[in-house]
Design a protein around this ligand. Structure first.
Ligand SMILES: [Zn+2]
Length: 448
């Protein structure tokens, strides 16, 4: 059987693969679901040819932590901090979340994934702490599948109630029903409350559950004032840390706790815009870099921040530069190196793949990997002329430059438009769900 072949021809190719390098002009050949070849003047007479001469071609962005169910709550809490009486934790997780029906999870997940795809994100970890019933799980996964995105579904018990004894069985049911193979777009994660929001016994139970089911563990630690009590160190001393775990935020961890994560081979997900605006603490980028751990990036909550990775990259690099330049201006010497555009592009791609447990599949344009590829217009008024392609992506472009998005070789966006998306229907679903949840909860939308 012959595979479908697509040739992205004459693009400026950023492979993010250090051995392969980058190309001012080259082709990328997609064969079936995979990247078959990258290089100039590839011969592929039977392939569909897509002219990429006005494009940058690169791996899709990878988001390592997003509460997709909050998609129907976009921009609802931009002036709310994380903690306090009037806050994200108080309203989103404790007032709005309890009223989610399964179809509301579907609507949030669907609009969240489509927004992410539109912004060039091809893999997402859905940190789904809205599993009030098996039906909620089915609908969350249904939306992930309908979107066509590559996703890690990270099952999480809701935070508005005590952990139910049914959750382990519900999780195992979902694991068996949806994730029995790793050779598919959907893979499995477990998103437990973690040591700052549950007991050490719960942590042990859920860590073991994840490992029994071969699921990736993803957990919030060092979260604002919750992270200041040494809970993470207790988990470390209990011998629970491993390379199968991603630690989110880490903003208020001690140096000992940061070092424990590094020593365990774990990965890190930073959500800099959220951490800076909502009071999680200072993003610990430099503390990890100093110890040789390179972070991945995550949008976290669309209640507060936009869906794209341009915002993520620019926030993180700006903050790191600001802090180092501030030290330099105050006379400090022997400072660490400034991050470069290439560094943060890696954080948004290959480091994301690593944190999501998918580095052998995605994150670079390496022949043999899955064809998760985006093309970005270089001939638009906001970016022409291109002098430094990586600099242009990191500092100059935005979602309007995302022309095409391929996941496992399948086009989900072409010529600047998502394919097979009935936005009228989806818009109605989203608004209906938003109206239901807001009305039932008694939450008052922000005055303006
Ligand atoms: Zn989060």
């Amino acid at each position: 059987m012959s595979l479908n072949r697509t040739l992205l021809q004459n693009g400026c190719v950023i492979t993010v693969d250090k051995e392969l390098g980058n190309f001012r002009r080259a082709d990328v050949l997609i064969e079936g679901t995979k990247i078959a070849a990258v290089g100039p003047d590839l011969a592929a007479s039977d392939a569909e040819v897509i002219d990429a001469s006005n494009m940058i071609v690169m791996p899709g962005f990878i988001d390592t932590h997003r509460h997709l169910w909050e998609g129907i709550l976009r921009n609802i809490g931009v002036d709310y901090p994380l903690e306090g009486d009037v806050s994200y934790l108080a309203f989103v997780l404790n007032v709005l979340a309890p009223f989610y029906r399964p179809q509301d999870v579907y609507a949030g997940n669907l609009i969240g994934t489509l927004g992410a795809l539109n912004a060039g994100i091809t893999t997402i970890l859905d940190w789904s702490h809205i599993q009030a019933s098996p039906e909620h799980t089915d609908m969350a996964i249904s939306a992930l599948k309908d979107s066509g995105m590559r996703a890690v579904f990270a099952y999480g018990p809701p935070w508005y109630e005590a952990m139910k004894p049914e959750h382990p069985a519900w999780f195992k049911r979902a694991a068996g029903q949806y994730c029995s193979s790793k050779d598919q777009l959907l893979t499995l994660g477990l998103a437990p409350l973690g040591p700052e929001f549950s007991t050490l016994d719960d942590v042990k139970t859920y860590w073991q559950l994840a490992r029994d089911c071969d699921a990736h563990i993803t957990v919030h630690v060092g979260v604002g004032s919750f992270g200041q009590h040494g809970k993470m160190a207790e988990v470390g001393r209990a011998g629970l840390l491993g390379p199968d775990t991603t630690y989110i935020h880490c903003t208020t961890l001690s140096d000992e706790e940061i070092q424990m994560i590094v020593d365990s081979g774990g990965t890190v997900s930073l959500a800099c815009p959220v951490e800076m605006m909502m009071g999680h603490g200072l993003p610990p980028t430099q503390r990890f870099l100093n110890r040789g751990l390179r972070p991945s990036l995550s949008v976290d909550v669309e209640t507060n921040v936009p869906s794209d990775m341009f915002t993520q990259m620019r926030s993180l690099i700006s903050l790191q530069h600001a802090l180092l330049f501030d030290q330099k201006l105050s006379g400090k010497e022997n400072l660490p190196p400034l991050l470069t555009a290439r560094d943060v592009l890696e954080f948004a791609t290959i480091e994301g793949a690593r944190a999501n447990g998918l580095a052998d599949k995605v994150g670079t344009l390496t022949p043999g990997k899955e064809a998760d590829i985006i093309t970005l217009r270089t001939d638009l008024v906001n970016i022409v002329p291109i002098n430094d392609p990586i600099g242009a992506v990191v500092w100059g472009m935005d979602t309007s430059n995302i022309d095409s998005v391929f996941v496992a070789g399948k086009a989900l966006k072409r010529n600047g438009r998502l394919l097979n998306v009935d936005m009228d229907r989806i818009g109605r679903l989203v608004v209906e769900s938003r109206d239901y949840v807001v009305e039932k909860s008694g939450f008052k939308l922000p005055a303006f």
